[in-house]
Write a protein that binds this ligand. Structure first.
Ligand SMILES: *Cc1c(COP(=O)(O)O)cnc(C)c1O
Length: 388
């Protein structure tokens, strides 16, 4: 007998469909220079400080006296202490090192953490959404409530009319690139406190925030340490999509003993992030590491600025792209997401991501990413402009 919940998963054709259409187009137009503004992966290499740390850690592994085997289950102290100091205390947030669990990335943790909760919990997710939250809870057989994020509500989800036990929030948001202000986030913390709900806060794009009034962590909001678990990732922060490292904050002040339970869960099913990846992550917090990763983020955000400016100038309605590497673009002339995708591919030879792939409310939008090079981004924008 299989877990029948897996049969309820909606098939994820989005990226396969995109690849298929691009492949067909390239086969029919072998000379076309197709530019992708659809990729959700970074393209710039790792920072020199990170590379240096990787080499050094590799050399340590080559000598018996400095070799490291299994590490501590929550992650090495050197990394957890750097996290606490640089990501929290420097912002006036009081998080302790034993509230931090180092992981191999935020996808695993945002997907796995729900294991600690009852199958009876009702789970709220935004629409459009990062599909991991829905699929992980569907596998566990939970009921899911959608919170529509539309141009009309400024992509700020409204509080649910019915009671929910769990709320996934991702800000800066993938795919819309929009953010919540402190006041908007406080509304959710207050809801969770008043309704005995738990917030899963995905802060994967925190490092892209430029605006002053956008919170970097949910723990900037009073009361959040009693109702929220926060997920971080070095994937977008420092180009770690291939290295694999992130962390999750599980406050000891949550109403239920989730810190203890997550420790139990991780020590049973996870044997830690590699020593090399943790040394690499530590290097991001050195003065050189900080400067270098900031420069790469500034590079991507310059793409975002160029895209926003050019597309707005062409008459498109563009959202996001100010505090996130994503732009959420309304399709022209009431085209569907896929119709506009095809137009972009066939006319401008540019690949985007159809918004409908992220949820029903994504229909009529496409997602563009700022993870390309300046040259390709500029070229793509010029081509779109010339084909309008
Ligand atoms: C990229 C991304 C992550 C990070 O995943 P990793 O497993 O750390 O690479 C998490 N959440 C969202 C919404 C993302 O887009």
């Amino acid at each position: 007998m299989i877990n029948e919940n897996y049969l309820k998963l909606s098939e994820s054709y989005l990226f396969a469909d995109i690849a298929k259409r691009v492949q067909t187009f390239k086969a029919e137009n072998p000379k076309a220079d197709v530019i992708s503004l659809g990729i959700g992966d970074v393209t710039q290499p790792l920072a020199p400080a990170v590379i240096e740390a990787l080499h050094k850690a590799t050399d340590e592994m080559a000598v018996a006296s400095t070799f490291r085997g299994y590490g501590p289950e929550r992650g090495y102290d050197f990394l957890r202490e750097a996290i606490v100091e640089h990501d929290f205390r420097s912002r006036g947030i009081d998080i302790e090192a034993d509230e931090v669990f180092v992981s191999d990335g935020a996808k695993s943790d945002t997907g796995n953490f729900q294991e600690l909760l009852s199958a009876k919990c009702v789970v709220a997710v935004t629409d459009p959404v990062y599909p991991v939250y829905i699929d992980a809870n569907t596998m566990a057989g939970r009921e899911i409530v959608n919170l529509p994020c539309t141009a009309e509500n400024g992509f700020v989800p409204k509080l649910p009319k019915r009671h929910v036990d769990v709320i996934y929030l991702c800000y800066p948001n993938n795919p819309t690139g929009t953010t919540l202000t402190r006041e908007q986030l406080k509304m959710w913390v207050d809801y969770a406190l008043a309704n005995d709900a738990l917030i899963f806060y995905d802060a994967a794009y925190e490092a892209y925030i430029q605006s002053e009034d956008v919170p970097h962590s949910i723990y900037e909001i009073e009361g959040a340490k009693a109702c929220a678990v926060e997920f971080h990732s070095y994937s977008k922060t420092a180009g770690f999509t291939g290295i694999r490292c992130g962390y999750t904050v599980v406050p000891k002040t949550l109403k239920e003993p989730l810190n203890k339970l997550w420790n139990r869960r991780q020590s049973t099913k996870f044997n830690g992030t590699s020593y090399l990846a943790q040394r690499a992550a530590e290097a991001i917090y050195t003065p050189e590491g900080k400067t270098q990763t900031k420069a790469t983020i500034a590079y991507y955000m310059e793409n975002a600025r160029m895209m926003r400016e050019a597309l707005t100038g062409m008459g498109f309605k563009v959202y996001g792209g100010i505090d996130a590497p994503y732009l959420w673009v309304s399709t022209p002339s009431k085209m569907t997401s896929w119709e506009f995708f095809d137009w972009m591919l066939h006319s401008a030879h540019v690949v985007c991501t159809p918004g409908v792939g992220f949820g029903a409310q994504g229909e009529g939008f496409v997602r563009l990413t700022a993870f390309g090079t300046h040259e390709n981004t500029e070229k793509a924008l010029r081509r779109i402009n010339s084909k309008l």
